[in-house]
Design a binder for this molecule. Structure first.
Ligand code: GLU
Length: 312
């Protein structure tokens, strides 16, 4: 018997073109995040998608080279950078269970003594950035250097206006940080941590940049230059936490539809990993009610359906 697979080794371009065409014809894109003006101003009809192979070959369609606000997507990178430095000790300070609550919720923290459920809700990401800050003394700088190196794009940068705007609307993140500090789960002064976190969220990058930058998770922990960032087992762990906690309070639905580890951000981007095969990034700023890009999830759903490339 000959087993046929649609997961061929040739160019991803035809499948990307087909997905872009389907998305173009689909009405209803959701609404851009409106908690800061820079995000609210985005056109929900924008759409881009990129696929990167393990060797750094990258394919794209639509606005795939347009920089957008990465926001919570950066939480995957700070998690990997901190895990690489401190290993399992991190898990004494943050859990790895889905929260079942909105990403910026305070309630669960009190029941659970200041230990956030996972590294991808805001409380958990603040803990990770705090720990990376302690170890590197410039968490957001380390993140930016890593993204530049892995994407091969030295022009990647923070957006100072977005960072300032996050800060001006940052009362809830400040509350989360102070609350965890009261349990002894934050090392750095809260203003220092918040400054780092808001800078982190403000990084601008394109689908091409992010698909390349997340390649180490498809290469089982190996960076673009061949150096190892994470052990194979740590790369598996990060992928697993993305699958179960990476798309806000909709990770079950995302796993059902897409079948890949993924992480979304309120800027409308989503990264996804096919371990051992390729990485993806899709961007469209219109969000659904749970904070995930409407066209982004739809496009990833079509990609795994059309190619058969998923972890299941
Ligand atoms: N800067 C946002 C916040 O901390 C990130 C939100 C997100 O992308 O989930 O509120």
């Amino acid at each position: 018997m000959v087993i046929m697979t649609t997961a061929s080794s040739h160019s991803f371009e035809p499948v990307l073109a087909r997905i872009a065409e389907e998305i173009e014809r689909t009405p209803g894109r959701g609404r851009p995040a409106d908690y800061i003006p820079a995000l609210a101003a985005c056109d929900p009809r924008r759409f881009g998608m990129a696929v990167a192979e393990l060797d750094g070959t990258v394919y794209g369609v639509g606005d795939w080279r347009e920089p957008f606000s990465t926001q919570s997507i950066t939480k995957v990178f700070t998690l990997a950078l901190d895990l690489a430095r401190e290993g399992d000790a991190l898990w004494e300070h943050v859990g790895r269970e889905p929260s079942g609550n909105p990403f910026n919720s305070l309630v669960q923290l009190e029941y659970e003594n200041g230990i956030p459920r996972n590294p991808f809700i805001n409380a958990g990401a603040l803990v990770v950035t705090d720990r990376l800050q302690t170890r590197s003394s410039d968490a957001s700088g380390e993140l930016l250097a890593f993204l530049r190196a892995e994407s091969g794009n030295p022009a990647l940068d923070f957006d100072q206006d977005v960072a300032a705007s996050e800060s001006a609307h940052g009362d809830r993140n400040a509350a989360l940080a102070h609350f965890m500090a009261s349990y002894g789960n934050i090392d750095n002064p809260v203003p220092v941590l918040l400054d780092q976190y808001f800078r982190q969220c403000s990084v601008m990058a394109s689908c091409a940049d992010l698909a390349l930058a997340i390649g180490f998770l498809a290469r089982h922990g190996i960076r673009a230059d061949g150096d190892r960032l994470l052990s194979q087992s740590q790369a598996k762990q990060v992928n697993a936490v993305m699958l179960t906690c990476g798309t806000y309070d909709a990770a079950g639905d995302f796993a059902y539809r897409v079948g890949l580890p993924g992480k979304s951000g309120v800027g409308g981007g989503i990264i996804a990993v096919v371990p051992g095969r390729c990485t993806l990034c899709v961007w469209s700023p219109g969000l659904d009610e749970r904070g995930n890009s409407v066209a982004g999830v739809a496009a990833l759903d079509r990609f795994t359906t059309l190619t058969g490339l998923s972890v299941f």
